[in-house]
Design a protein around this ligand. Structure first.
Ligand code: NAD
Length: 252
């Protein structure tokens, strides 16, 4: 199918189920003509993907908790499918104990875990993929407004997202000479598996919804459409940016 991503091969990391933001992105990329390759965290999630992903979409294992896994995954993608045109990094994790109550109680282990999986992994992915990124390639990650404001209970993930956004700027500078761009989407709150790990997430979702300009939450497909734009040649002038796709929540 013809679209703004025709002829491009994009790796999407972070589809857990059909509610995942990464799945909204996958559908948008396919609608714009991209070939997609999905990575999954573990065998349980692979089985989940096999229930709804078309059989011709490649599925590659990649638990980002370990750099060797990331290296192996991208080496395997390179060997099987050659160079790529972009990556969506839609991965985050934090211990539940760091997503409730007083932030001052965050432990070192909890801090390290959230930073490793949710922020550092973007660096590991960019490094592993660097040799196979075509000129004009684009990396997109997912962040949230809690990086800028002290959102109740978002706690440790807010700090990890602040680091992730800084990673975007430094990676954009490093990869720019190779004609590779790096941007983040700051998405509005969506009820996904990841969100349910946040204490009183229903309140967070309700509050967020009440702050959108039309009282409706942003849809994963709407986030995906902006990801498609950021992965396309229409956005070659943008790098190191954080783009809001939250239906105006950040305006309040
Ligand atoms: P989700 O639970 O559907 O996706 C999170 C993904 O992270 C899962 O696929 C999970 O397998 C993956 N993951 C976690 N640990 C991993 C590991 N060690 N190795 C590989 N993968 C791992 O939830 P989502 O909300 O779609 O999250 C996607 C991204 O969007 C995250 O970065 C999240 O912080 C961000 N985001 C979410 C919202 C929201 O309201 N849902 C808002 C803004 C940003």
């Amino acid at each position: 199918m013809d679209g703004i991503l025709s002829g491009k091969t994009i790796v999407v990391m972070g589809v857990a189920n059909q509610r995942s933001i990464a799945w909204g992105c996958t559908e948008a990329l396919i609608a714009q003509g991209a070939q997609v390759i999905l990575t999954y965290q573990n065998d349980r999630l692979k089985q989940s993907l096999q229930r709804f992903v078309a059989p011709d979409v490649p599925l590659i294992a990649c638990d980002v908790a370990d750099d060797d896994n990331v290296e192996r995954a991208f080496a395997s993608i390179k060997q099987q499918y050659g160079a790529i045109d972009g990556i969506i990094h839609a991965i985050a994790y934090a211990d539940k104990a760091t997503l409730e109550g007083d932030f001052v109680n965050t432990t070192k282990a909890g801090y390290d875990l959230a930073q490793n999986i949710s922020a550092y992994s973007l660096i590991a992915v960019a490094r592993a993929a660097r040799p196979m990124l075509k000129p004009g390639a684009s990396l997109v990650t997912l962040t949230y407004f809690g990086s800028e404001r002290a959102v109740p209970n978002y706690n440790m993930m807010g700090v990890a997202k602040a680091a992730l956004e800084a990673n975007v700027r430094y990676l954009a500078r490093d990869l720019g000479p190779q004609q590779v761009r790096v941007n983040a989407i700051s998405a509005g709150a969506v009820k996904t598996l990841a969100v349910t790990g946040i204490h009183e997430h229903q309140q967070l979702l309700k509050l967020s919804r009440s702050m959108t300009v039309d009282g409706e939450p942003v849809k994963t497909r709407e986030i995906g459409n902006v990801a498609a734009f950021l992965l396309s040649n229409l956005s070659t002038g943008m790098t190191g940016d954080v783009v809001y796709v939250d239906k105006g929540v950040h305006l309040s």
